[in-house]
Design a protein around this ligand. Structure first.
Ligand code: SF4
Length: 780
């Protein structure tokens, strides 16, 4: 804390124009705003944009902004290069050749409205609005704007992160944590406190487990990795659970390189130690938890030695980690996407919530705090649901979903059911898609070749993005140019503080997500879009959905606003969590439910258990014989956000090629040297190639591949599609294999073999071969 106070005392507040949102500095106009890397990332860090003649020239982190204290990742530092990139879409365009030919004709926005709006209306009338699928990706602050448009404008219940089977991203953690605690929880790195680490109310966490996550490279929703570095500097100890020796693992008290897909077993093993050695907080448990008896019985089925065998870990290290965590006051868990990308995801979430509940770390300073969107702007992916016609809502593609999928807590349609509809026309054909801020073929589509084939059956596709991506070239009938962050007015409220984004420049005819939503919404369903413009739309969100007491302009002038609710600790003791104002947690029992009641409702086992990955040395030994390596995919890098930034010269200079990381023993066994191109192939014959990165910092039986690769410098037209299938780790992942309740997908744990790409032997494959090679069915 002393460091932080010293840092604050050194910032020249006058030099940085405290209290102003825009000023002139020589030839530059400087705008104080919030950004995220163009256009992705889940945060909105404080930044100063230097513009000249309506063009972004340079950026600087805003040292006065308590959210990031002037720190920026290289993605945001490179914002000027991204924003001014010549390959950006400048105008709306309509396809002038066949799909995939990459032939386009420039049209005006009016022409775009005149083509798209009647076509959508015709489809609604002829087939029903439910035959349209609204697709969004992650980041870019579209989590309420696009759902509002899809629900209220397109009037479709079928909103999807397309082909992302098993809802394998973040939402399950939100839902599972809410089942145990009543709301979502995050590590308390002082984000709710305006004085941040200098706040007298806050306590430095004594221990944080970083579990299946790599903060700094990957900054989770509303959570900046630098905060944990700051905590480390103030004394926080770390336990790291990851098959790779990450930056965090190398600095951890204990590194547990668990076998991918066995995290739930590990969590239960730690619970076993904490319960059997009575290391939990008995007073806290007595007062605020329920379900210890059942949990105690379940953990007896998982003695530490058995868990160590399942996870390929040293049992003493499991005990050590559990004891350190239990003894620390306060302690917290920073969890990542690896949770959803394994089959027993919902079980793992409960087990980990039980770890911090049993040890008395919920709603305490420096522990796990329950946060809401700043100023009560609570609606996210369900935004606009009230406008959805009942007959359309009844046709939501969630098949015979029961329990959790049926509950309104999962607002999306089921990707697997959408895939089935695309492939078979059952229960009805998909007639149109609106894809905004997503590049399914290069990124979220599990079994990308299969998704590619399925999408051919859609009659009309609108695609909105800053760039022409493989998905756009393959399928778009109309493309709409989307503005980058510096060209946009918006707000960020996830989680706190409420932050304004202020438009500082523009780019040809690109429009912001909000402008596109409002303009098309007005034309499709005027009653639901009474908004004058984007600002009016934003004001509705912060003042009517939320309780921000001013206008958008007020927020812009102020920059950011902290909210008392998120700054308050021990909310359960103050009656601030429950709708009835009583003390306790907002769960059915009013307590932290170690075996959550909602899980019974959702037909899930409420007690944690381990489920072996569907492909593993144990569950499929016959496959393992010939495919002896465990493939884990989705490793993040500093340069890219999912499939974004591959066009940026600076990013490609740092990270020119996709990398598959392997242990030196593995490399030696297969005759692979650092930098060799390597095929990674599964038993279905699907494969992709990446460059070998050989390091001791990975468990010897695991290879870790990157995702999201395409090559904007390569041929655009089909079948090449910027070589998106050549290095795509999703060539080998699976649709339709999900965990309990249709949640979770074994993306982090499948089996593969690797072999060197050898010139003249297996390197000269035909363009597009990876699309037709192999199959998704077993044994083909
Ligand atoms: S977390 Fe990094 S990439 Fe994201 S907005 Fe902040 S500085 Fe930019």
């Amino acid at each position: 804390m002393a460091d932080y106070k010293e840092f604050l005392s050194k910032v020249d507040r006058k030099l940085y124009h405290e209290g102003e949102w825009q000023w002139q500095e020589g030839e530059y106009t400087v705008t104080r705003t919030h950004q995220w890397s163009a256009p992705g990332c889940h945060n909105a860090c404080g930044i100063l944009l230097y513009t000249k003649d309506d063009k972004l020239e340079k950026v600087e982190g805003d040292p006065l902004n308590p959210f990031n204290n002037g720190k920026l990742c290289m993605r945001c530092l490179n914002l000027a290069e991204a924003t001014n990139h010549p390959d950006r879409l400048k105008y709306p365009m309509k396809r002038s050749g066949e799909r995939g030919e990459n032939k386009w004709e420039r049209i005006s926005w009016d022409e775009a409205y005149n083509i798209i709006v009647p076509k959508i209306k015709e489809i609604k009338e002829q087939y029903g609005s439910h035959t349209i699928v609204g697709v969004h990706g992650t980041g870019r602050n579209i989590n309420w704007q696009l759902p509002y448009f899809y629900n209220a404008g397109l009037e479709t219940p079928n909103i999807s992160t397309l082909f992302f089977s098993g809802f394998a991203c973040y939402l399950p953690r939100v839902v599972g944590a809410a089942a145990v605690t009543g709301e979502f929880v995050i590590v308390d790195a002082a984000v709710g406190q305006e004085e941040r680490y200098a706040s007298k109310k806050w306590t430095v966490p004594e221990c944080v487990i970083i579990w299946g996550n790599e903060p700094l490279k990957s900054n989770a929703d509303g959570f900046l990795g630098h905060w944990l570095v700051q905590c480390m500097q103030m004394g926080t100890k770390f336990i790291c659970i990851d098959p790779r020796l990450t930056w965090w693992a190398s600095r951890a008290e204990v590194w547990l390189p668990t076998r991918p897909g066995t995290d739930a077993a590990l969590a239960i093993g730690m619970l076993n130690v904490i319960i059997n050695e009575k290391l939990y907080d008995p007073e806290y448990v007595e007062k605020w938890c329920v379900g210890l008896e059942d949990l105690t019985a379940r953990v007896q089925e998982y003695p530490v030695e058995k868990v160590a065998e399942i996870c390929d870990l040293d049992p003493e290290k499991i005990r050590k980690a559990a004891r350190i965590f239990a003894a620390a006051k306060p302690a917290a868990v920073q969890w990542g996407l690896a949770f959803e990308q394994q089959l027993c995801c919902m079980s793992l979430i409960v087990a980990v919530c039980d770890l911090f509940a049993l040890t008395g770390n919920v709603e305490v300073p420096g522990g796990m705090i329950m946060v809401r969107n700043a100023f009560g702007t609570q609606r996210n992916y369900n935004c606009g649901e009230e406008w959805l016609p009942a007959e359309a809502a009844a046709k939501k593609l969630n098949g015979d979903a029961k329990g959790i999928e049926e509950s309104s807590i999962v607002p999306h349609a089921d990707s697997n059911v959408i895939l089935h509809a695309l492939e078979t026309g059952e229960p009805y054909p998909i007639k149109a898609m609106w894809i905004q801020s997503s590049n399914p073929l290069a990124c979220p589509a599990m079994d990308s070749p299969r998704a590619y084939e399925a999408m051919k059956n859609v009659e009309f596709i609108v695609y909105a993005d800053p760039f022409l991506t493989p998905t756009a070239v393959a399928f778009a009938d109309i493309v709409l140019p989307v503005a980058m962050g510096p060209e946009r007015n918006s707000v960020r409220s996830w989680w706190t503080p409420l932050r304004a984004m202020t438009k500082a420049c523009s780019y040809y005819e690109a429009k912001t997500d909000e402008e596109i939503v409002v303009e098309f919404g007005k034309r499709l369903n005027p009653k639901a879009f009474p908004f004058k413009d984007d600002i009016d739309f934003l004001e509705w969100y912060i003042t009517e959905d939320g309780n921000w007491p001013g206008t958008f302009e007020d927020l812009r002038n102020q920059g950011w606003a902290y909210w008392d609710y998120d700054a308050t600790y021990y909310k359960h003791e103050k009656g601030l969590l429950r709708p009835d104002g009583e003390v306790g947690f907002p769960t059915p029992t009013g307590k932290l439910e170690l075996a959550p009641f909602m899980y019974y409702q959702w037909n899930l086992d409420p007690l944690p258990f381990h489920l072996e990955p569907p492909e593993s040395p144990i569950s499929t030994p016959e496959v393992y014989k010939d495919y002896p390596l465990i493939l884990t995919t989705g490793a993040r890098s500093y340069e890219f956000f999912h499939s974004e930034h591959r066009q940026m010269p600076t990013m490609r200079e740092f990270h020119p090629d996709p990398l598959v990381t392997m242990h030196p023993d593995v490399a030696e066994k297969y005759g692979i040297k650092q930098g060799d191109w390597v095929w990674i192939e599964n038993h279905r014959g699907r494969r992709f190639k990446q460059k070998a990165n050989i390091t001791l910092g990975i468990a010897p039986q695991v290879v870790s591949a990157e995702h999201g690769w395409w090559f904007p410098e390569k041929e655009a037209s089909s079948p090449a599609l910027f070589d998106t299938f050549e290095s795509n780790s999703n060539n080998v992942t699976l649709q339709e294999v999900t965990g309990q309740g249709g949640i979770g997908n074994p993306i982090k744990s499948s089996l593969c073999k690797i072999y060197k790409v050898v010139e003249g032997v297996n390197d000269s494959v035909s363009i597009g071969e990876q699309v037709v090679r192999g199959d998704y069915r077993d044994g083909k």
